[in-house]
Design a protein around this ligand. Structure first.
Ligand SMILES: Cc1ncc(COP(=O)(O)O)c(C=O)c1O
Ligand SMILES: [Zn+2]
Length: 427
């Protein structure tokens, strides 16, 4: 059974009931979400940091992965059981032009689109698929807005496990659909949106003994924590003032806060950075709840060009909220125009990312304008997916063909004659 280097168990967020790790379980009997908890009472934070520093830059072996480098706080499994693609080890770029646009001097962008399948999902997936193997799963499944399916299909292929993908029909970016097919996932396009796919996959996994690899799976969250560990290691464990993170199903920011809670408990950090979760205004249930101080209510027909976060009923909203409150964080929403203009700036900075990712920059700008983030604070934004995931969004923005979104910073292609004069005129 999977375990952690420290005594560990699953614990319900709602009723605190504990479960051992011997049996597959995604939720509590009460319906609550489960956390992988570990007893860090005997852990030595300094020793852990020095171990992680020694592993930095390893050329091979599981600890050369930007997830398994932190294996003590991920999963305790023998090397031979770990399915890894040396994920992580992604760059932390000065935001350049995108920083000026957001109005922040010290703005870094962590590019999770540089992972093996082009999104941050690989970090959670290496851990999830490793757990699947330990539980002897023969088949794994997920509902996806695209990136989870691409990642799961690739990792399942590496592990030699069958994968089944549930995607909303016609509603995922082409690059992602291409990946799912290429890596050999059985791809089922369902007649419904992501939330319908999520409901269906949970039912199917329960009834057909298929291992569920959405971020409701607590091991996915464990792997995803490594984004936060790696950023802090890149910053020599100096904690920024803010992390700004796009929010869809809300697993990623939940992983960030969990990582920070553990580092804080271990005494590795003493400052707690503030977490800002940014949603698209057409898929904003967490924002609406936060802003109006009301109970959580799903958004029925979510709509946004940032298809990765077109989610109306995010499964991890309670974990997300716990972390936002703990970190004195905030939730913001951004419009379609704000997402695509911020994306144009991220792209023009030579960094490039898919639309959902650029909520970080659009959201940071908005929070600076609102006086919530100060211009002098240090901010790390997370770019969750690669620019090539959604070429349609790029081309349509730059040729000003998007409905209700202007190509404010469009760099449209020009057709010219094949002559020197024509080139000179174009220059
Ligand atoms: C590119 C991208 N950004 C952001 C998100 C949102 O992450 P989460 O669902 O963990 O909130 C996703 C999730 O699918 C994604 O693919
Ligand atoms: Zn419970």
């Amino acid at each position: 059974m999977p375990s952690s280097a420290f005594p560990s168990w699953l614990e319900c967020l709602t009723c605190s009931r504990k479960y051992d790790l011997g049996k597959v379980r995604y939720t509590c009997d009460c319906g609550g979400l489960l956390d992988l908890k570990r007893d860090l009472g005997k852990a030595d934070g300094r020793k852990l940091v020095s171990l992680w520093e020694k592993r930095w830059g390893l050329k091979s072996g599981v600890e050369s992965s930007g997830v398994w480098r932190y294996r003590e706080l991920i999963l305790d499994v023998p090397d031979s059981k770990i399915i890894t693609k040396q994920e992580g080890n992604t760059r932390l770029y000065p935001a350049g032009r995108a920083g000026k646009y957001a109005g922040i001097k010290n703005f870094l962008l962590k590019h999770e689109g540089e992972n093996p399948t082009g999104s941050f999902k690989d970090r959670g997936m290496t851990c999830g698929i490793t757990a699947a193997g330990i539980y002897n799963a023969k088949c794994v499944a997920c509902a996806s807005t695209g990136n989870t399916s691409a990642s799961m299909a690739a990792y399942a292929a590496t592990a030699g496990i069958k994968s089944v993908i549930f995607i909303p029909s016609g509603k995922i970016a082409y690059g992602k659909l291409a990946q799912a097919l290429a890596y050999g996932g059985l791809t089922l396009q369902i007649d419904g949106n992501f939330d319908d796919a999520m409901t269906l996959v949970q039912e199917i996994c329960g009834k057909l003994n298929i291992y569920l690899l959405n971020s409701i799976n607590p091991f996915r969250i464990e792997g995803q924590k490594a984004i936060c560990f790696e950023i802090l290691q890149q910053l020599d464990w100096k904690v920024p003032d803010w992390f700004v993170i796009p929010g869809g199903n809300l697993g990623n920011n939940s992983a960030f806060s969990k990582a920070l809670m553990e580092l804080h408990e271990l005494g590795i950090i003493d400052k707690i950075p503030r977490i800002a979760v940014i949603q698209a205004s057409g898929a904003n249930p967490l924002y609406t709840m936060w802003k109006n101080n009301k109970p959580f209510a799903p958004v029925k027909n979510p709509e946004t060009i940032a298809t990765a976060i077109k989610i109306g009923n995010p499964v991890s909203w309670e974990k997300s909220l716990r972390g936002i409150k703990w970190s004195n964080g905030v939730v913001e929403q951004v419009t379609e125009q704000e997402i695509m203009d911020a994306k144009a700036m991220v792209d023009a900075a030579g960094i490039g990312a898919e639309p959902a990712s650029c909520c970080s920059v659009a959201g940071a700008k908005k929070l600076v304008e609102a006086g919530i983030i100060s211009k002098d604070e240090s901010v790390v934004g997370i770019l969750t997916g690669n620019v090539l995931k959604d070429p349609d969004a790029v081309i349509n923005y730059h040729t000003d063909q998007l409905k209700n979104i202007k190509g404010t910073f469009a760099n449209s292609p020009k057709s010219i004659k094949a002559t020197l004069e024509a080139v000179k005129a174009a220059l």
